[in-house]
Design a protein around this ligand. Structure first.
Ligand code: GLY
Ligand code: MN
Length: 331
């Protein structure tokens, strides 16, 4: 029986111990099987994690609760971040402070992307300013000491109010997310969540005259033209790893069926790069993503991050309330 190891960033001493054990105990055939056995172990562990038990769901609830609190602290601090310059770093710092104080760390590098930085998918340099009139896309998660992590994205107007163009793009992404969340039900295929979201995205891109083909063609077998502006998948599993269960087999994950206890993200986006000549100038540089963490239940789903406002109107009201609390809220 070969030794099986889930080897991710092992301590050097442990790595040496494993090599020594393998050298002294494995015969040639077992040694040849080692890499394959390690992959098999990673796959089995990934698949075991697809459905979360009660402990894991409670950890995820707590990670989401703490991340929601950190996002609220970020909104409170947006005017300060504008004033200080290098506001993206200030925002990243606030998330980091909450993550280290309340949990173990951030679950992944925080993406604090103001203005057209939002069009760079994993903008983690975070060295830009926050400017009035632009959007801030914040993608962050607090990881607990148990290592379970949330993964939330909100895109907010830095001055508290969406411009007409920003609102138009935001509302399309919001509708796509609503469709994706509605599709995240037990018995549905994992891929159906993405299909539901991109159907809405393609519909809006068609209405705005941006697609070079019809909406039906874009959504057909040889289509995909919307991918120029919605450049990633809509969902991934989430848990002890931000991209949890990544070694699961295709048939259990990408081609799998959603079951109660699974937790997935639903995170459509639209990204109009500043130099994209297919995009009307007023829309260039606008990047929007909305991401929530969705627990599949026996009857549908539960949004574990529902405490954070999502619709454009709710986001504006939320920011306004944080910046100017009503007298009754102060008392
Ligand atoms: N929020 C980071 C990611 O999903 O890749
Ligand atoms: Mn994500």
């Amino acid at each position: 029986m070969p030794l099986r190891v889930l080897s991710t960033d092992l301590d050097t001493e442990i790595q040496q111990l494993i090599s020594e054990l393998r050298r002294t105990t494995d015969d040639d055939q077992q040694r040849a099987a080692t890499a394959e056995s390690d992959r098999e172990l990673a796959m089995v562990l990934s698949e075991l994690r697809l459905i979360k038990d009660e402990f894991e769901i409670n950890e995820m609830r707590e990670a989401c609760r703490q991340t929601v609190a950190a996002f609220e602290a970020v909104v409170a601090s947006v005017p300060d971040a504008v004033r200080r310059g290098r506001g993206e770093r200030w925002i990243e710092g606030i998330i980091g402070l909450h993550a280290r104080h309340l949990g173990n760390a951030v679950g992944y590098d925080t993406i604090a992307a103001a203005g057209d930085h939002a069009c760079t998918l994993h903008w983690i340099r975070n060295d830009g300013d926050l400017r009035e009139g632009e959007l801030l896309l914040l993608d962050a998660g607090i990881e607990l000491d148990s290592l379970y992590t949330a993964d939330i994205t909100r895109t907010v107007p830095i001055n508290g109010t969406f411009s007409d163009e920003q609102r138009m793009v935001y509302d399309a992404v919001y509708e796509a997310q609503q469709a994706g969340i509605a599709a995240a039900r037990p018995g549905a295929r994992f891929a159906e969540v993405h299909q539901a979201a991109i159907a809405v995205i393609a519909h809006y891109l068609g209405d705005w005259g941006l697609l070079p083909v019809s909406v039906a063609e874009a959504l057909g077998e040889h289509g995909g033209q919307y991918r120029r502006w919605m450049v990633h998948g809509t969902s991934h599993h989430l848990g002890i790893d931000v991209h949890d269960c990544a070694q699961a087999r295709l048939e259990s994950y990408r081609e799998g069926v959603l079951q109660p206890g699974m937790i997935i993200t639903v995170e459509p986006g639209l990204y109009f790069k500043p130099d994209d000549e297919l995009i009307p100038p007023p829309l260039r540089g606008i990047g929007v993503r909305i991401e929530d963490d969705i627990l599949i239940t026996s009857t549908g789903n539960e949004n574990l991050t529902a405490a954070l406002p999502r619709s454009s109107g709710d986001v504006e009201a939320w920011m306004s309330n944080i910046w100017t609390p009503s007298e009754s809220a102060i008392e």
